[in-house]
Design a protein around this ligand. Structure first.
Ligand code: ADP
Ligand code: MG
Length: 473
């Protein structure tokens, strides 16, 4: 076992910190349940399952990964170099230490930067996120937020702005913090003040929603220019990436996931809320496993954004956009049936691995394909897929919204006559109740939110890299 270096903290390396107290230069936030937060003060730290390590992993003794850790798994070394003071991670493990998913490798050193993620033994076994306390990138985050939360790395980006990994001060409980610039809110001629109170009103309603497949809103901090929304953290990534990775889902996986999407969106509809922006980027997965709980995100606030800019809708890829929205260029009256259409497109993609409409079609542009409902189920890609799922897709992707099936009708479709799947889904959704759904709350309490005057659904820009695969392989 190596002995720890006894560094003098007041030597040359720390000249910029002439504080009498040991000032922390960095902080590690725990990502896995068996790790704890660490304030980094000394020049060097060792991490591992050995008893002489500065930071031991013994709290996770009973966890599967524990045996895969080395006695000294890695070290953090803060050093002055010709290019300034840097923090190095030295991998001393047999099974590997990963920075942002890249293996450092035994005997190698790599510079550790602000918000880098450290994983141990397995790429997926995330342990810490590193915060450089001198990076000062967050100087602009208001006190109202930093008093209670520390914001770290970016989890994702969307039309509203950024979503960052946040830790509650003290408890280190993890959240996803969605940051929305208030200047993005606009509603026709209404003034900004009016706007803010409307947005806050809507947030209050969203906060009261309660469904296992709907992202929970834990806290909302209203500051001068930004809204900080603390969301339940979902760690399995986006449905979009999962489909791309899998190529396509087998029917039983697709059914389990899609059933939950329908349950979640039906719940929203029952509360009088239309999602408006259903797409695989807005469906998050709870775990790495495909038999997983899903969480629908990014609902409700979209109607406040980009009121006038219909053009954006057309510039963005309208893959999931219902024909009636395109028809009226977003200015017409539409109903919650738009969600049923988008869900149909999502189901099409889940089972086939490619979108029903394509930019690459020579004879017809995208809007025309959507407006006419020109999609098909070519035998070469669909022959192993059941007629039932094709029938459900057709009923959801029916051009006339009046003839399109509702989400409760979809839930009663013969494809879902599958008790085993429902038992599995209910166990995922209601684990405490052993798969028993609680009685529905306040049935039929409509808020009448979907109206004709609303702006079109926001889209991502056309340069977005996250559009689904254009054609099947
Ligand atoms: P936007 O309105 O900006 O599109 P989203 O809520 O869709 O906001 O978030 C954008 C991205 O951030 C998502 O696609 C996802 O990758 C990530 N994200 C959002 N919410 C969460 C969450 N609760 N947990 C983990 N990641 C999230
Ligand atoms: Mg989104």
């Amino acid at each position: 076992m190596e002995t720890l270096p006894t560094q003098d903290l007041l030597d040359g390396d720390f000249s910029e910190e002439d504080d009498v107290h040991e000032a922390a230069w960095g902080r590690l936030f725990p990502l896995g349940s068996s790790f704890v937060a660490v304030d980094l003060v000394k020049d060097e730290y060792s991490f591992g399952r050995g008893e002489n390590c500065d930071i031991g992993f013994n709290a996770g003794k009973n966890q599967q990964c524990f045996q895969a850790y080395s006695k000294i798994h890695f070290k953090l070394i803060r050093k002055k170099t010709s290019t300034g003071t840097h923090v190095f991670l030295e991998d001393t493990s047999s099974n590997g230490t990963f920075i942002n998913g890249e293996k450092v490798g035994k005997g190698n050193r790599q510079v550790l930067g602000n918000n880098d993620e450290i994983a141990l033994a397995l790429k997926k076994n995330k342990a810490f996120v590193y915060m450089d306390l001198n990076a000062n990138e967050d100087a602009n985050i208001p006190k109202e937020v930093t008093n209670n939360y520390t914001l770290t790395k970016t989890l994702g980006r969307g039309a509203c702005g950024e979503v960052r990994l946040a830790f509650a001060k003290g408890s280190c409980e993890k959240f996803a913090c969605k940051i929305i610039a208030k200047k993005k809110f606009s509603l026709g001629g209404k003034n900004q003040l009016n706007m803010s109170s409307q947005v806050m009103g809507e947030v209050k309603i969203l906060k009261a929603l309660k469904h296992p497949c709907i992202i929970r809103i834990d806290d909302v901090i209203d500051t001068k220019d930004y809204l900080y929304i603390m969301l339940e953290l979902v760690e399995g990534g986006e449905l979009f990436d999962r489909v791309v990775e899998a190529g396509q889902f087998d029917e039983s996986t697709a059914k389990l996931l899609f059933y939950q999407m329908l349950c979640a969106c039906k719940y929203l509809h029952d509360q009088g809320i239309t999602h408006r922006d259903l797409k695989p980027e807005n469906i998050l997965l709870a775990t790495e496993n495909n038999d997983t709980l899903i969480k629908v995100t990014d609902f409700g606030l979209s109607k406040f954004i980009d009121a006038g800019s219909i053009m954006k809708t057309f510039c963005g890829t309208p893959t999931y956009l219902a024909p009636e929205i395109l028809e009226t260029a977003g200015s017409g009256a539409y109903t919650k049936a738009i969600d049923a259409w988008s869900l149909g497109v999502i189901l099409y993609i889940c089972v086939s691995g490619y979108p029903p409409f394509s930019d690459e079609r020579k004879d017809m542009d995208l809007p025309k394909q959507i407006l006419g409902g020109h999609y098909s189920f070519p035998k070469q890609y669909w022959e192993d897929i059941s007629d039932l799922v094709i029938d459900l897709i057709k009923k959801l992707m029916t051009v006339d919204p009046k003839k399109r099936i509702s989400l409760s009708e979809a839930l009663n479709h013969p494809w879902f006559k599958d008790e085993d799947m429902k038992i599995k889904a209910n166990k995922l959704m209601y684990p405490e109740a052993d798969g028993m759904a609680p009685p529905t709350m306040m049935p039929g309490k409509k808020r009448g939110l979907e109206g004709g005057e609303e702006p079109p659904t926001k889209r991502k820009s056309s340069s977005d890299t996250t559009s689904p695969p254009d054609s099947p392989k």
